[in-house]
Design a protein around this ligand. Structure first.
Ligand SMILES: Cc1cc2nc3c(=O)[nH]c(=O)nc-3n(C[C@H](O)[C@H](O)[C@H](O)COP(=O)(O)OP(=O)(O)OC[C@H]3O[C@@H](n4cnc5c(N)ncnc54)[C@H](O)[C@@H]3O)c2cc1C
Length: 414
């Protein structure tokens, strides 16, 4: 045996599962073909989004649908050639986004969301990573009064219902809070409970160092095949075979690659996204991440500079990057965020691992002993990594679990 438990995938989810397992006395190996936090867990907007109490549903109103159908938006773009394979998944996503079902998804996600900051804080403290994380929340900013007032009414209801700290800022209030912004926004909603990470890749690598310091083994290699023989999981890599009694699949958007051949049919799709860093123009400061809500992108102050992250792109798996949304967003952002020069040679591209019912897949595989899943964290994998890692580790070690795991069960997909 190379370990009692082998975790495949060292994004924020796999690393968090691995840390929680070693903390509970398991001998764990964490395997990644790159390194910890090199993929989407590196390139996101850095929000530990405690205030995201309603998952991102498929738009249901005709005006938004028509706008998106035109394919000229910044928030969402699709490649026509991807639609034949995406349509059944999108239809299911649309169904799951009906008001009553979205409300149920929201209720199901709340226990994990409510623990998101607390579980990060515990790991941050233990790993000594507080310099990477800022309190202060984030803002939804608006360009038109109608959109601002409409969203404000919704947010006031959500804040009251869930006990979230929120304040509305008019144009002057926003200018006082974020004096570096140029003209463009007429107001903003400031969510105060979330935290933001100024280098999400570093945070993930910091958690991986904590895992190693607790006795875990970090290995580099690509898992190409898995098999269960004689009560042992065998994982084939170019460097040889690894063996463990239990196996955790935490490969983010690639999670079906090893388990598809075993007969699992979980509808996991990747929603792609891009980022670019910009120099901070002299005199410009920004204290918290800000979403330009009517256009659909986020600008977050990071260690490297201002990171602009885009909305959703639906594209064929493996197709070349097409950073069209980034160019569109940059046009909108340049003046209002006073973006300086581009700092990266090319746009970074990542993939959100998404399920049509907007819940992650956490728990026993169901049809194979000792096989566990932790993937499908949609738009909130950075937020939920440690909360999900704790939940899976508690299920695997028979302690807890601290929240009801049934909404996330792989069995819901048959
Ligand atoms: C533009 C953008 C902005 C975002 N902003 C936010 C945000 O502000 N807050 C938030 O909470 N979430 C955000 N997200 C979503 C979040 O980043 C993801 O949900 C999260 O990173 C998923 O983590 P993961 O560990 O599941 O996957 P990943 O980070 O993709 O990790 C999967 C790992 O598996 C490894 N792997 C895959 N296959 C194999 C194999 N065969 N063998 C070995 N290793 C393998 C990969 O190398 C990789 O390291 C954003 C996403 C995007 C694209």
């Amino acid at each position: 045996m190379d370990a009692e438990v082998l975790v495949v995938g060292a994004g924020i989810v796999g690393v968090s599962v691995a840390v929680h397992l070693v903390q509970r006395g398991r001998k764990v190996m964490l395997l990644d073909r790159r390194g910890p936090g090199e993929e989407t867990s590196h390139g996101n907007a850095g929000l530990i989004e405690r205030a995201s109490v309603v998952p991102y549903g498929f738009p249901r109103d005709l005006a938004t649908l028509l706008r998106y159908a035109g394919n000229g938006q910044t928030a969402l773009r699709y490649d026509w050639r991807a639609l034949p394979t995406f349509l059944p998944w999108l239809a299911r996503y649309w169904r799951e986004s009906a008001p009553a079902r979205l409300a149920r998804a929201s209720r199901d996600m709340l226990p994990l969301i409510a623990h998101s900051v607390i579980e990060h804080d515990r790991l941050i403290e233990r790993a000594g990573l507080s310099a990477l994380v800022k309190p202060g929340g984030w803002m939804e900013a608006f360009r038109t009064e109608a959109a601002f007032q409409g969203r404000l009414a919704v947010c006031e209801r959500l804040a009251a219902a869930h006990g979230l700290a929120m304040r509305a800022l008019d144009r002057d209030g926003l200018q006082r809070a974020e004096a570096g912004l140029g003209p463009g926004f007429i107001g903003a909603i400031h969510w105060m409970d979330p935290k933001s990470v100024v280098d999400p890749g570093q945070l993930t690598r910091g958690y991986a160092r904590l895992f190693q310091s607790l006795g875990g083994t970090l290995a580099t290699g690509e898992a190409t095949q898995i098999a269960h023989r004689g009560g042992t999981w065998r994982v084939h890599t170019a460097g040889g075979e690894l063996a463990a009694r239990e196996l955790v699949i935490a490969q983010g958007p690639w999670s079906m690659e090893l388990i598809g051949p075993l007969g699992y049919r979980i509808p996991l799709k990747a929603k792609r996204g891009y980022h670019m860093h910009y120099a901070v123009a002299s005199g410009a400061t920004q204290s918290v991440p800000i979403a330009d809500c009517e256009i659909g992108y986020v600008v977050a102050p990071m260690q490297r500079g201002l990171r602009l992250t885009t909305g959703v792109e639906i594209a064929r798996p493996g197709s070349a990057p097409s950073p069209i949304q980034l160019a569109r967003a940059e046009g909108w952002a340049r003046d209002v965020f006073r973006l300086g020069r581009r700092l990266d040679d090319a746009a970074w591209m990542g993939a959100r691992p998404c399920t049509p019912d907007m819940r992650p897949v956490i728990g026993p595989a169901g049809r194979h002993p000792g096989l566990w899943f932790a993937f499908g964290h949609n738009h909130h994998g950075l937020t939920l990594g440690p909360a999900s890692g704790r939940l899976l580790a508690e299920m695997m070690t028979g302690t807890g679990p601290y929240v009801d795991p049934r909404p996330y069960s792989p069995a819901r997909f048959g």
